[in-house]
Write a protein that binds this ligand. Structure first.
Ligand code: UD1
Ligand code: MG
Length: 467
């Protein structure tokens, strides 16, 4: 029997126990007061177990359908194909978890707003009955935001699967997330419409306390939604890296969200709801991502596909934009921002950009080395000078022929740069290093956000941060 697509006995029992415990918690929350946070944790557990099993079972089905890729950082073997696009499985499980969660998120409101909802001790005044009871108090705005986030995620998943099936060219696919962000931005426009931003202290004498950016704010939000998915897709190519970076960002966002919850920040606080919203989107995402990481970590059994990278980026864009903390979000994307800026010369073809820029596997040593782009035509004087300067600064490695002309330069990605700095290393070691970089940068980002930002803003928006 092919064991690569079945669950072992231990796995089956562990997953069943997890699902059983999670269902038990869910049932308890319904009988209690519908505690949404607890329900969300339980749904995260169920999402993990479901995604874990489906990824294992569906591997051969994906291979048969032609959704497969070659692991380029492994010794050459004929049976080297692995199922690709496994992010699509996670995406479907994740969407279902978000949909199932809706009644839990609005449990109290639904009960209070309907006659037969179980909350029988609500005494209805005649006037309330005429006004449709408490229905006018139902948080339609919140539900609209939640559903718009869901719609944007659905759009990006459809487009992501399209990309994985058709292998769309880079210059076309960078705009895919722009289409995915439309539902969220439209609902933001009709429902929320806040386009004011707080002005830093040094600029307040000139601009006032806050400034209305108008349509520019929508451009900014669209840019965030385009950037997050693409930047995760660009920091890719070694086993586990796409999922691991997403999990680190999600964990740091959850930590940041927790800072706004009671008892850390006393309730009621204006930002609590936005951060709860973020938690509800992130917990099931962490569940499916952890299941995927198990299969995608070195040595990987499956690839995540662009669908996963887009989904992850869009989840962050949705929580950042609808939760009103997109600047904090960008602080957590420091490695991705660096990777993008560093890649620009290749993205804009100033330097040749091969189809794949992932590090090169050296079969003799079993280690990864910085991959190179070859200059079939020698670079122009300007580019050559720039490359020499970058080489001198240890930001790129160039190789010259005997005439002194550059004929190879390392590909401009953070993974290759790390290998230029640290020397060749094993694939999993490089992945761990990137996890560490992401964690350190993110933790520093949050420190800047909550402590150093007080230098340029009146106060941190958390109660205990007010100075
Ligand atoms: C992006 C990068 C490209 C990088 C690729 C790796 C840019 C502009 N594009 O392209 O440079 O090479 O991601 O994902 O920065 N693969 C592995 N091992 C892994 C993961 C992927 O070998 O751990 C290979 C597999 O052959 C897999 C393929 O990469 O089939 C997936 O590439 P794809 O996601 O289609 O590349 P892009 O996102 O277009
Ligand atoms: Mg990709």
């Amino acid at each position: 029997m092919d064991t690569s697509s079945t669950l072992s006995h231990t796995e089956t029992w562990c997953l069943l126990a997890l699902v059983g415990a999670s269902i038990n918690i869910l049932v308890n929350t319904v009988q209690g007061d519908g505690a949404p946070l607890v329900a969300s944790i339980a749904l995260g557990g169920i999402s993990f177990a479901t995604a874990f099993s489906l990824i294992r079972w569906l591997g051969p089905v994906f291979l048969k359908a032609g959704l497969k890729g070659k692991d380029m950082a492994k010794p050459r073997r004929p049976e080297m194909y692995e199922p690709e696009t496994m992010g699509a499985v996670c995406a479907v499980v994740y969407l279902l978890a978000l949909i199932v969660f809706i009644p839990f998120a609005f449990y109290k409101d639904i009960v209070a707003a309907t006659s037969g909802g179980g909350n029988r001790d609500v005494v209805l005044e005649p006037q309330q009955a005429e006004n449709g009871r408490y229905l006018h108090r139902f948080p339609h705005g919140k539900l609209a935001s939640y559903l718009s986030g869901l719609l944007s995620l659905q759009s990006i998943i459809i487009l992501g699967i399209g990309d994985d099936l058709l292998d769309i060219r880079w210059r076309h696919k960078v705009l895919i997330p722009a289409f995915g962000s439309i539902p969220m931005l439209i609902v933001y426009f009709v429902d929320f419409g806040v386009t004011h931003v707080v002005v830093p202290l040094p600029l307040q004498p000139y601009l006032g306390d806050s400034v209305d950016l108008g349509w520019l704010y929508y451009t900014y939000m669209a840019a965030v939604a385009i950037f997050c998915p693409n930047s995760i897709n660009m920091l890719a190519g070694i086993n586990g890296i796409e999922v691991a970076q997403s999990l680190v960002i999600a964990a740091l966002l959850l930590f940041n969200d927790a800072l706004y919850l009671a008892p850390i920040t006393p309730y009621p606080h204006p930002a609590t709801d936005s951060h709860l919203f973020s938690i509800y989107f992130l917990l099931p995402f962490v569940g499916v991502s952890a299941a995927l990481l198990y299969h995608n970590w070195y040595p990987s059994k499956v690839f995540v596909g662009d669908t996963y990278c887009y989904l992850a980026g869009m989840v962050f864009a949705v929580v950042g934009i609808l939760g009103h903390f997109s600047k904090t979000l960008l602080l957590l994307f420091a490695p991705q921002i660096f990777n993008f800026l560093y890649s620009i010369p290749q993205l804009f073809k100033l330097i040749p950009c091969p189809r794949h820029r992932l590090p090169r596997f050296n079969a003799a040593t079993g280690l990864l080395e910085a991959s190179v782009t070859e200059w079939t035509v020698p670079p122009s004087q300007f580019i050559a000078t720039a490359l020499h300067l970058l080489h001198y600064l240890h930001l790129v490695h160039i190789t010259k022929n005997k005439d002194g002309q550059i004929f190879e330069s390392t590909n401009l990605t953070i993974l290759n740069l790390w290998l230029v700095w640290m020397g060749p290393m094993k694939e999993n070691r490089l992945a761990w290093h990137m996890v560490a970089v992401q964690t350190v940068c993110g933790a520093l980002g949050l420190f800047v956000r909550h402590r150093l930002a007080l230098l340029v803003f009146h106060h941190d928006n958390r109660a205990f941060g007010i100075s």
